[in-house]
Write a protein that binds this ligand. Structure first.
Ligand SMILES: [Zn+2]
Length: 245
């Protein structure tokens, strides 16, 4: 690690506000992160983030072992990258937002064009007589009465003082899994229907917040492989310091 480990760590937001470069770490870029239930079945680790076809191993496994006195127990083990920083520079915390939820309202407007629909329901919105559609085609406007969800992930400090991959995964995986229906809704607005469960949903590792997801609905294996090669190419640029912050 660099000297930054010894000095006071900043939050992700403070590092960005200070104009410093903060990108996903090379180990974070190795994650192959799906939403198929538990962390054990959903997340794998690529041998080499710059090679999209390199071998993958599970991020977390449960192994049967025994105590010194011979009692059989189950032990949960994480991949060695679990204690790596999620980012380069390391950070003390990060407020995670999801790109799909950030864009949901805008996508809803684009898809519905409520001003052209006789079925839209409007409310007054602003002193200048502005109005806002709160429902169209029987569908409510997203986040009308609630803020867009976000999640603050803090460094657990042990074993490392910065936000580790394990800090991030253990907080973000259950949170995103609970929001999965909304993510599929947002991704499906333009397509006219939510992205169905039969399509895989997975994290695009290019940014930490807003965190992007992609899906493979209607994509051939060749198209998915092409997307994976693009991520690997982006990984090479991040490694070489030639990517934008
Ligand atoms: Zn509509």
């Amino acid at each position: 690690m660099t000297e930054t480990q010894n000095s006071e760590l900043l939050t992700y937001e403070a590092v960005k506000a200070g104009g410093q470069r903060v990108v996903p770490s090379m180990d974070f870029l190795r994650l192959r992160w799906f939403f198929k239930g538990s962390i054990e079945v959903s997340i794998h680790v690529l041998e080499d983030a710059t090679d999209s076809t390199s071998a993958q191993t599970p991020y977390q496994i449960t192994v049967a072992t025994s105590t010194p006195d011979g009692q059989a127990i189950q032990q949960v083990q994480q991949h060695v990258i679990s204690s790596s920083s999620i980012s380069d520079l390391p950070i003390s915390s990060i407020e995670v937002r999801l790109a799909d939820l950030n864009y949901w309202e805008e996508r809803w407007e684009d898809a519905h064009r409520p001003e052209e629909s006789c079925s839209a329901i409007w409310i007054d919105d602003g002193p200048e007589g502005e109005r806002k559609a709160i429902q169209c085609c029987g569908e409510d406007r997203p986040y009308l009465n609630s803020p867009i969800p976000s999640l603050t992930v803090k460094a657990s400090k042990e074993p490392k003082p910065f936000v580790t991959i394990h800090d991030f995964i253990t907080a973000v995986h259950p949170w995103m899994s609970a929001l999965e229906d909304d993510i599929r809704h947002s991704r499906g607005v333009i397509r006219g229907t939510p992205v169905p469960k039969k399509a895989n949903l997975f994290v695009h590792n290019s940014s930490l917040s807003p965190l992007r997801t992609i899906d493979d609905l209607g994509q051939s294996p060749a198209t998915v492989a092409y997307g994976r090669r693009n991520v690997a190419a982006m990984t090479t640029r991040i490694r070489d310091g030639t990517s934008p912050a």
